[in-house]
Ligand binder design. Structure first.
Ligand SMILES: NC(=O)c1ccc[n+]([C@@H]2O[C@H](COP(=O)([O-])OP(=O)(O)OC[C@H]3O[C@@H](n4cnc5c(N)ncnc54)[C@H](OP(=O)(O)O)[C@@H]3O)[C@@H](O)[C@H]2O)c1
Length: 244
C-alpha cells in the first residue's frame, strides 16, 4: 500500500515510536495524520508538527466515549496504527502483579480491540489497513516484564483473529514485533536498543511493501529466527532473565 495521499490515525502519537511514525508518515506524503494523544499539552505540541496535515486529537484508548468520539470525528481514515501501550515492568508474582496485568491488558489489549472495532467500518469501506504494534516479547515471555508480555501475547492473538475476520472485506492487518527501543518505556534500562526512527522507518516500509508481520530491528529479527528454529530453547534462555 502506497502511503502517499492516505489518511492515517496514530495512537500514542506523543510517545517515542508514535512521534517518529507521525514524522515518517509526513515524509512519505500522507495527506492527513490524525495524531492521537491523551493530554491537551501533547495534542497542542503534535499539532505544531505540521499545521496543514497533522490533525491532533485527544484520545484515551481505555475510554469508550473517547474512542467513539475520535472514530466519529476521523471519518476518512485509510490506515489505523494502534501504537499506544504501557509496560509496568512487573512480574506475575511481583508486588503489583495483579494491578499491572489489569492495566496492561486494559490499554494494550482492550484498547487495541476497541480501536479496531470502532474504525473497521470506514477502513473496510476504503480497503485500508490496521497496524497493531505488538512486541517480540509477545511471542516469548520475558519474566521481568511478565505481565506486559501476557498483554502483548493477547495482542498477537487479537491481530491474527482480526486479520482473518477482515480479510474478506479487503482489510490488511499488520503485526509489528519490535525488540527494545530507546523510548520513555525503556528509560533507565541498560541494553542495546533501536531508535524510534529506525522502528518507524521499518514499519512504514513494511506497510508499503505489503509485509504482514514486521520485525523492525536486528534484535527482533534474531529472536524471531531462533523462535522458528527452536522455541523451547528461546523460552529457556528468556527464563534466566528473572527479577533480582
Ligand atoms: N520501547 C520498546 O522497547 C518497545 C518494544 C516493543 C514494543 N513497544 C510498543 O511500542 C508502542 C509504543 O511505545 P513506545 O516505546 O513509543 O513508548 P512511549 O514513548 O512510552 O509511548 C507510549 C504511548 O502510549 C500512550 N498511551 C499509554 N496509555 C494510553 C491510553 N490509555 N490511551 C492512549 N494512549 C496511551 C502514551 O501516552 P502518555 O504519554 O500520555 O502516557 C504514549 O504516547 C507500545 O505499544 C509499546 O508496547 C515498545
Amino acid at each position: 500500500m502506497d502511503l502517499e495521499g492516505k489518511n492515517v490515525v496514530v495512537t500514542g502519537a506523543n510517545g517515542g515510536i508514535g512521534k517518529a511514525l507521525v514524522k515518517g508518515l509526513l515524509d512519505r506524503g500522507a495527506a492527513k495524520v490524525y495524531a492521537a494523544a491523551r493530554t491537551a499539552n501533547a495534542v497542542e505540541e503534535l499539532a505544531r508538527l505540521d499545521i496543514d496535515r497533522v490533525v491532533a486529537v485527544r484520545l484515551d484508548v481505555t475510554n469508550a466515549a473517547s474512542v467513539a468520539a475520535v472514530s466519529e470525528y476521523c471519518k476518512d481514515v485509510d490506515v489505523l496504527i494502534n501504537n499506544a501501550g504501557v509496560n509496568r515492568c512487573m512480574w506475575f508474582m511481583g508486588p503489583t502483579g495483579m494491578e499491572s496485568a489489569r492495566e496492561e491488558m486494559d490499554v494494550n489489549f482492550f484498547g487495541t480491540l476497541a480501536m479496531c472495532r470502532a474504525f473497521t467500518p470506514m477502513i473496510s469501506s476504503r480497503s485500508g489497513a490496521i497496524v497493531n504494534v505488538c512486541s517480540i516479547i509477545g511471542l516469548v515471555n520475558l519474566p521481568v516484564n511478565g505481565t506486559y508480555c501476557a498483554s502483548k501475547a493477547a495482542v498477537h492473538s487479537l491481530l491474527q483473529g482480526v486479520r482473518a475476520e477482515l480479510a474478506p472485506q479487503g482489510v490488511r492487518v499488520i503485526g509489528v514485533y519490535p525488540g527494545p527501543v530507546d523510548t520513555k518505556m525503556t528509560a533507565g534500562q541498560e541494553m542495546p536498543k533501536a531508535t524510534p526512527d529506525q522502528i518507524a522507518t521499518a514499519i512504514l516500509a513494511g506497510v508499503e511493501n505489503d509485509v504482514e508481520d514486521i520485525f523492525p530491528d536486528p534484535m527482533s529479527q534474531a529472536v524471531h529466527a531462533k523462535l522458528l528454529q527452536d522455541p523451547k530453547q528461546v523460552e529457556k534462555e528468556f527464563a534466566t532473565m528473572i527479577p533480582a
